[in-house]
Design a protein around this ligand. Structure first.
Ligand SMILES: Nc1nc2c(ncn2[C@@H]2O[C@H](COP(=O)(O)OP(=O)(O)O)[C@@H](O)[C@H]2O)c(=O)[nH]1
Ligand SMILES: [Mg+2]
Length: 252
């Protein structure tokens, strides 16, 4: 068999399963650290529950993903996960899911591993939403997940640092209400509401148009050029303010 014929014959086995996201759907990817419970607590000694160095690695990884060839209009990171919202007209790789999944997981793993100086891997999954409200619900969901996990993690690690073992600390916070968790922290002198926003609400990334002064090389005159620069918001607004932010990004 000639190579061209063999190529044609074999290519089918790779592409037969290719699923694409149909047009007029909003694409969101979530990239999540694989086995990061072990990585952050056993393989590396990151501060628990929140380590600014770990946060900075996640921030750098998110920036990298927002500049790796796709048209990402909003990025969001909390804990070991990153969510990316693509432009409505994103058409990279014919919207093939396997391309999004493999490239984004690969790029995130490479970037984070370089920063860490060791092997770290991420997985990636895609959601497709038929309207803006569902996109807002998606980001609301991840935002509320961040808030819930943060309260639990602060309670758990406060107890662990006070001498409770894994089982005791887990049991102590298992069935108590949100206000009791706040009270528990308060009894240790911690005001949950006063903790840094990035620990409770995550971090948002979006583009802002800025003026950049430069020279016209032909005339030597000063010109103002419009540039899209990445803005990182460590103090994301709450509730309606947050939904409005996502909506404004979607409407650009
Ligand atoms: N020590 C530490 N752990 C973190 C930090 N941020 C996220 N993690 C951990 O990362 C893990 C993320 O959860 P999940 O994705 O469900 O776990 P995985 O399946 O083991 O990756 C949790 O165990 C978090 O405690 C941090 O700043 N410091
Ligand atoms: Mg994970």
């Amino acid at each position: 068999m000639k190579f061209d014929d063999l190529d044609k014959k074999m290519r089918v086995y790779e592409t037969a399963q290719d699923i694409c996201i149909v047009p007029e759907m909003y694409i969101v990817a979530r990239i999540d650290g694989r086995g990061f419970t072990k990585l952050t607590k056993e393989k590396y000694d990151f501060e628990a529950p929140f380590d600014p160095k770990f946060r900075d690695y996640m921030v750098e990884t998110t920036k990298h993903l927002m500049n790796c060839g796709f048209n990402v209009i909003y990025g969001y990171t909390q804990s070991d996960e990153i969510s990316l919202l693509f432009h409505y007209n994103e058409n990279s790789f014919g919207r093939k899911i396997r391309k999004f999944d493999s490239i984004l997981a690969g790029e995130a793993s490479a970037k984070f591993s370089t920063l860490l100086g060791g092997v770290a891997a991420f997985d990636c999954r895609i959601s497709a939403f038929p309207n803006k409200n569902l996109v807002i619900d998606y980001f609301r969901w991840r935002n509320e997940d961040a808030h819930r996990n943060s309260l639990n993690a602060h309670c758990y690690w406060t107890l662990r640092k006070d001498g409770f073992n894994k089982r005791e600390a887990t049991k102590r916070i298992e069935k108590i209400s949100i206000s009791d968790k706040n009270e528990l922290l308060f009894s240790y002198g911690i005001n949950f509401n006063g903790l840094p926003s990035w620990q409770k609400r995550g971090i948002g990334f979006y583009w802002k148009e800025t003026d950049k002064e430069s020279f016209n090389p032909k005339t030597g005159e000063k010109v103002i050029a419009k540039r899209n620069t990445l803005y990182i918001n460590y103090e994301l607004p709450l509730k309606e303010g947050y939904y409005d932010l996502i909506l404004s990004i979607l409407s650009k």
